[in-house]
Write a protein that binds this ligand. Structure first.
Ligand SMILES: *[C@@H]1O[C@H](CO)[C@@H](O)[C@H](O)[C@H]1NC(C)=O
Ligand SMILES: *[C@@H]1O[C@H](CO)[C@@H](O)[C@H](O)[C@H]1NC(C)=O
Length: 358
């Protein structure tokens, strides 16, 4: 197995952002699921059930109507992340398998490469170029990455903000290049053929902020990409546009799907097409998206970005951590009581009339 950080070194060298010398920072840590549920406080606040299933991680202030303009680090009393000062929430769409007979089953998650005994969950990265180079988010900050209505490729290659990695065998075989960098194993849509070692989703968020709005109606307009276009994974030195002059850390989420039970071609569609579908009904995968509500306590994230913190602990910024047995105890009760584990005839939500497409 290639150590997970070897590809980061490659990425850093490729972009002249050598770690250490420039003091660049990259947190990489796990957050377990706090709940799998059909709620979305950003896109459809207060709506129970929301249109599609998500897995949600982070602090326990999460609920369907968690208030905007609020410091959730003061409302939450625990987090499922291993950095205990991170009471943020992160969520993405779930992935389902559609069998040849038309029934669906949610694809189980598995812990990421070298992340520990997470309960499913999401691996979170925050990357910054060095001391004073990025401004941490403010309490109440929220944003969205992706487009739940997209059904075509962006054509951005390794600069895409969403991709899937197809592991070639157990123990994350094929995990060599940076996320979305591998021309063969990374695809913007779902992989076309079975992935023997499972599939990893990546969602990257914009790195520039208008410096004023904690949120905007579409949860996107207060943030922007650098003038040269969307930044690839771990590239944080792009120039921000004058409309969005404040550089923020690059947030990147990874979710790993254990597809091993669904690789039998006899269960795949008879026409040979791939059988995975995002919980919002997209069987192409281009609409993969992520939601973020900032909730680090005090200046803990800023200290991490300014002190060259790397991976899942940081003595230099005095960040506090917990192990997964403790993190896994932080959970939130389901708002919608439906089965997310058995075979179902329809994707949860698709039976709803006038289903909002987000
Ligand atoms: C959601 O959380 C907020 C803040 O903790 C609380 O005021 C509100 O009542 C909660 N809503 C629900 C539906 O639980
Ligand atoms: C549909 O196919 C799957 C996979 O072969 C099987 O496990 C499931 O029981 C089937 N469901 C129905 C309703 O036949």
């Amino acid at each position: 197995m290639v150590p997970w950080f070897s590809f980061l070194a490659l990425a850093a060298v490729a972009h002249g952002q050598g770690r250490g010398g420039g003091g660049s920072a990259m947190l990489r840590f796990g957050c377990s699921n706090i709940v799998i549920d059909r709620v979305d406080p950003l896109v459809t606040p207060g709506q129970v059930p929301s249109p599609h299933v998500h897995q949600i991680v982070g602090g326990n202030a999460f609920n369907a109507s968690m208030p905007a303009d609020t410091d959730i680090s003061k409302l939450a009393t625990c987090t499922s992340c291993t950095f205990t000062e991170d009471l943020s929430n992160y969520w993405t769409a779930s992935v389902y398998f559609k069998a040849r007979n038309g029934s669906y089953k949610r694809v189980p998650q598995m812990p990421n490469d070298a992340i520990g005994a997470a309960n499913g969950g999401v691996t979170v990265y925050y990357t910054a170029s060095g001391k004073g180079q990025s401004t941490a988010f403010k309490p109440g900050f929220r944003m969205f990455s992706g487009d739940a209505n997209r059904r075509v490729s962006t054509g951005l290659g390794r600069n895409t903000q969403s991709c899937f990695r197809c592991y070639t065998g157990p123990n994350f075989q094929g995990n060599v290049q940076s996320p979305c960098f591998d021309p063969k194993l990374d695809t913007e849509g779902f992989p076309a053929t079975p992935c023997p070692g499972g599939i990893r989703s990546s969602v990257i968020f914009p790195v520039c902020w208008d410096g004023k709005n904690l949120d905007t109606p579409n949860h996107i307009d207060h943030v922007a990409h650098p003038v040269g276009g969307p930044a690839s994974f771990a590239v944080t030195n792009g120039k921000c546009p004058s409309s969005h002059p404040v550089k923020i850390p690059q947030v990147h989420l990874e979710i790993v799907w254990d597809t091993s039970k669904f690789n039998n071609k006899a269960d795949w569609p008879a026409d040979g097409s791939q059988p995975l579908v995002l919980s919002n009904g997209d069987n192409l995968g281009y609409s993969q998206h992520g939601d973020y509500v900032f909730g680090w306590q005090g200046d803990s994230l800023q200290r991490a970005m300014d002190n060259g913190c790397f991976a899942a602990s940081c003595a230099a910024a005095n960040l506090k951590t917990q192990a997964f047995p403790a993190a896994n105890k932080c959970v939130v009760q389901k708002a919608v009581h439906e089965d997310h584990d058995g075979w179902v005839k329809q994707l949860p939500g698709t039976e709803m009339a006038n289903m909002p497409m987000a």
